[in-house]
Design a protein around this ligand. Structure first.
Ligand SMILES: Cc1cc2nc3c(=O)[nH]c(=O)nc-3n(C[C@H](O)[C@H](O)[C@H](O)COP(=O)(O)OP(=O)(O)OC[C@H]3O[C@@H](n4cnc5c(N)ncnc54)[C@H](O)[C@@H]3O)c2cc1C
Length: 381
């Protein structure tokens, strides 16, 4: 069986909730360039973050399939890509803690995130995003802990997050020194910058976080010193496939709207939906949506089983997510004709979609990972 959804009502319940919250407030939040904290809290209170988390850490003891169903509901009902991108960042952070955190870390950090604190994962710096080893953020020993100094850029939720998982170097560890730190962003020495002026996704404030000699207790190192890179690649795998889940769920209602418009808009004495070139555009988008949805389910299945193809499939899902979001939103713009090119929802959806060609790792980096994984699997065979 490819997917393991157990509660058929979850998706609909969250779609209803998001339609009443996220969708209602998106326009206003976009204009202000803020994360919709009110809806975030309501969705957190409804229990979305608890779905995939063991009861021991305050969760409901379900699986990432349950979270995926609920997330699809928010993506489809909320109709705001930015809000969903902020959710992907939070989901990835929760999984990092569950996978690599100590029991003490899970006890301390996970319940905060389940209750509605906003999380970020801070890898990218001005010196590099694709190649995160180029970052300069470093931690030096200070008694029984560390002092972290550095400057992260382009971080989803960065301007508003309460907590962050931060990638940095521990130079005294030698060559293998990349390490993950859990930081409370209200701590002394942390500065959250203003949201960056992006062309889309204004409801997912993305920006810098600076660390100036921030005290980090040794107990807040996630995983091992030097184990940061491996841990983050594994963590990013969930984010990557969630982009695919998001792409399909978010585009479903867009394509319904496109079809409805094409059935009523007349050209050459018939609805434009009767013209085969228009049908071709709509079906191309549908092919891409369904392929992205099911490769993402396959990637989740593979990831949760610890299958050797998991990393490859998660990159395939992420690659298709970006391309499908671009194609789907571009299709809408084309079918709406000049109306699509006006300042408005169709043009904004395309601007939002373009961000997913970069966020979560560029298309080129997914190709690189897919090829590396193919080579690894072939060598192992
Ligand atoms: C909306 C949004 C949200 C984001 N959120 C986060 C976040 O939460 N946390 C975070 O840490 N970062 C985040 N980022 C940053 C994002 O991860 C980086 O921008 C991305 O990884 C690319 O890094 P870069 O911008 O430095 O480009 P570069 O790494 O400089 O790449 C520039 C170009 O070169 C190509 N390239 C680089 N190396 C190779 C290679 N080996 N082979 C082929 N092509 C290559 C890239 O594909 C790209 O086309 C976000 C970005 C966006 C747009």
């Amino acid at each position: 069986m490819l997917h393991h959804f157990t509660d058929p009502g979850l998706r609909e319940r969250y779609a209803d909730l998001a339609a009443r919250t996220v969708a209602e407030r998106a326009e206003n939040c976009r204009a202000k360039g803020v994360l919709d904290r009110e809806s975030w809290q309501e969705i957190s209170d409804a229990g979305i973050w608890r779905l995939a988390v063991d009861r021991r850490w305050g969760g409901d003891g379900g699986s990432w399939w349950d979270f995926t169903a609920a997330f699809e509901g928010v993506a489809a009902g909320g109709r705001d890509l930015g809000f969903s991108l902020s959710m992907v960042a939070q989901a990835g952070l929760i999984r990092s803690l569950l996978t690599y955190g100590s029991d003490e870390q899970k006890d301390y950090w996970v319940p905060r995130l389940l209750a509605g604190d906003v999380g970020a994962t801070a890898l990218t710096e001005t010196t590099g995003g694709s190649d995160v080893t180029r970052g300069r953020t470093s931690a030096v020993s200070d008694g029984d802990g560390y002092r972290l100094t550095g400057h992260k850029d382009h971080i989803t939720n960065g301007p508003v997050a309460d907590v962050a998982l931060v990638l940095g170097h521990v130079p005294e560890a030698g060559d293998r020194d990349i390490t993950l730190f859990m930081i409370d962003l209200n701590d002394e020495g942390v500065t959250r910058g203003d949201p960056e002026n992006m062309i889309g996704n204004q409801t997912s404030p993305t920006g810098p976080i600076a660390f100036e000699g921030v005290r980090v207790e040794a107990r807040n190192i996630v995983g091992t010193i030097g184990g940061g890179l491996e841990a983050i690649y594994n963590t990013i795998a969930l984010d990557r496939l969630l982009y695919g889940v998001l792409a399909a769920a978010y585009l479903d209602p867009h394509l319904d709207d496109v079809l409805a418009y094409a059935r009523q808009r007349q050209a050459f004495k018939v609805p434009i939906a009767d013209h085969q070139y228009v049908q071709g555009r709509i079906t191309d988008a549908k092919f891409a949506i369904e392929a992205t949805r099911y490769v993402s389910y396959g990637a989740l299945d593979s990831l949760l089983r610890g299958d050797e193809q998991a990393s490859l499939l998660c990159s395939v899902a992420k690659y298709h997510a970006g391309e499908t979001l671009r194609l789907g939103t571009e299709t809408a713009l084309r079918v709406y004709g000049h109306l699509g090119y006006m300042e408005g929802p169709a043009a904004r959806a395309l601007q939002d979609a373009l961000g997913t060609l970069i966020a979560g790792g560029t298309a080129e980096m997914q190709r690189k990972n897919v090829f590396n994984q193919m080579r690894r699997l072939a060598t192992a065979a």
